[in-house]
Write a protein that binds this ligand. Structure first.
Ligand SMILES: *Cc1c(COP(=O)(O)O)cnc(C)c1O
Length: 448
């Protein structure tokens, strides 16, 4: 049936060889170029006759791929980089080759079964009941939005007269919460954090009571952040859970980055309270060694999500039975089984390997903080709570930071774009890659 011509056979060999080499060898960092510059080199690649596989692959490997920063480079400590395990990357090739459909149980039962076991591991680590479950969505942004839509639907059931809704989160919460509020056309109430920069349950309780006593505005969800993206700070999850639950408000935990460390025994207790969550998210593509793009979205009571997110259409009705269809648990219909590379790596390596890799990046973060503390020109911003190490170079202006960062990338030493904290420019290392060694940290610090 498949027409694997000799030409395609040859391209297949080239693609597999390129992929294996990319996975085996340390990639260069590379870096961006302008669209004009790229056009001057490759021209219009979409032509009536086609370039042929060999030529199109050349364009990619020789030009386009080199204009993309390697997010898995051990000295890429920018934003939250990526560090997919070799096995998860390899299995992504299998997923691509297999034409798997991950939207319904009917079409993808075996794959969905495997994804669900990976979700179960995360749900068990968080301490949710066996009845919990969810789905892998594209990213934390869609995960947060999908969960908050369920939370509001739930609140509407018990408060039918309310027309103005609000989601509450810390002033340090991720921008995706504000984005969700905007999409949902609800208000967002940001709570000031305490001196340790965490949102406390007592502040949440006071603010909810104040709002509910004043007007017709009602809080339908409180979002606790388990690891802020900029600094890795964890909210008072247990306190927030109690405050929300005493008031009948949904408790969602945004752990896109940080909840990965649920599998690190040394710091598991920092997440106490997450077991009370009505829903939580964690992105395996951030700190759980999976390729883009995969966010695990887990609900305590998944049937509530199914009520809200199931799409109804004549051509879909045959799918609606009691089986578990991932499409029913978030804002999406067609989906690739994006959780499978994560599942494969987890199944192959075992969960102990995950705990070890996690402890390793936590140790590198601690050691990096110590080096910065001893550095004559640098100042540690705060003790790293997870694996983000933030610091400043007193006396430097924002433009000094930018120039340093650009040179660091141009010299292909590392990728560390400046960030800011409370209006001041800062630098931060986001350490999620088990291949990031102290020698990498030293090489970067030597340029400061
Ligand atoms: C990264 C992040 C998000 C957004 O996740 P995406 O996968 O980038 O959409 C949300 N919340 C937190 C805390 C994050 O770190």
């Amino acid at each position: 049936m498949h027409k694997f011509t000799p030409e395609i056979e040859a391209v297949a060999a080239e693609i597999l060889e390129y992929s294996l080499n990319r996975l085996k060898s340390d990639p260069p960092l590379d870096g961006p170029r302008t669209a004009e510059d790229l056009f001057n080199e490759v021209g219009n690649t979409i032509t009536a006759q086609g370039l042929g596989g060999h030529e199109a692959l050349q364009v990619f490997t020789e030009v386009l791929a080199k204009a993309c920063i390697s997010t898995d480079h051990p000295r890429n400590l920018a934003f939250i980089p990526s560090a997919p395990s070799e096995l998860s990357n390899l299995f992504d090739l299998v997923v691509g080759a297999s034409a798997l459909y991950g939207g319904s149980w009917q079409e993808g039962a075996g794959a969905v079964f495997a994804e669900n076991q990976a979700l179960r591991w995360l749900s068990d680590l968080a301490g949710l009941p066996q009845s919990a479950g969810g789905v892998f969505v594209q990213g934390g942004t869609i995960g947060n939005l999908s969960a908050l839509v369920v939370a509001r639907a739930q609140a509407r059931k018990t408060n039918p007269g309310v027309h103005r809704w609000a989601v509450m989160c810390s002033a340090e919460a991720h921008s995706s919460i504000a984005s969700a509020a905007q999409v949902m056309d609800v208000e967002i109430i940001k709570i000031e954090t305490n001196s340790e920069r965490t949102m406390l349950g007592s502040s949440v309780a006071t603010k909810i009571d104040e709002i509910h006593s004043l007007d017709d505005l009602r809080v339908f969800a409180v979002v606790g952040t388990a690891g802020t993206t900029n600094l890795g700070i964890i909210d008072d999850l247990a306190g927030i859970a109690a405050a929300a639950q005493e008031r009948g408000v949904w408790f969602h935990v945004d752990g896109a980055y940080g909840l990965a460390a649920l599998c690190a025994p040394s710091i598991r207790s920092k997440f106490n309270g997450v077991e009370k969550a009505d829903s939580f998210i964690v992105d395996p593509h951030k700190w759980l060694f999976a390729p883009f793009d995969a966010c695990a979205l887990v609900y305590r009571e998944p049937h509530l999500a199914k009520e809200v997110h199931t799409q109804h259409a004549s051509y879909l009705e045959t799918l609606h039975d009691d089986s578990w269809s991932p499409s029913d648990y978030a804002i999406h219909l067609t989906r690739r089984v994006r959780g499978l590379p994560f599942w494969f790596s987890l199944a192959a390596h075992g969960t102990d390997a995950y705990s070890e890799a996690m402890e390793k990046s936590l140790q590198v973060a601690k050691d990096a903080a110590e080096l910065i503390r001893q550095h004559p020109r640098l100042e540690l911003l705060r003790e790293p709570e997870l694996s983000i190490v933030a610091f400043t170079r007193p006396g430097w202006s924002a433009s000094d930071y930018h120039q340093w960062s650009e040179k660091l990338l141009a010299d292909q030493i590392g990728f560390i774009p400046p960030s800011s904290d409370q209006g001041q420019p800062i630098l931060r290392f986001a350490i999620v890659n088990p291949w990031t060694q102290m020698s990498d940290i030293q090489a970067i610090l030597a340029t400061l």
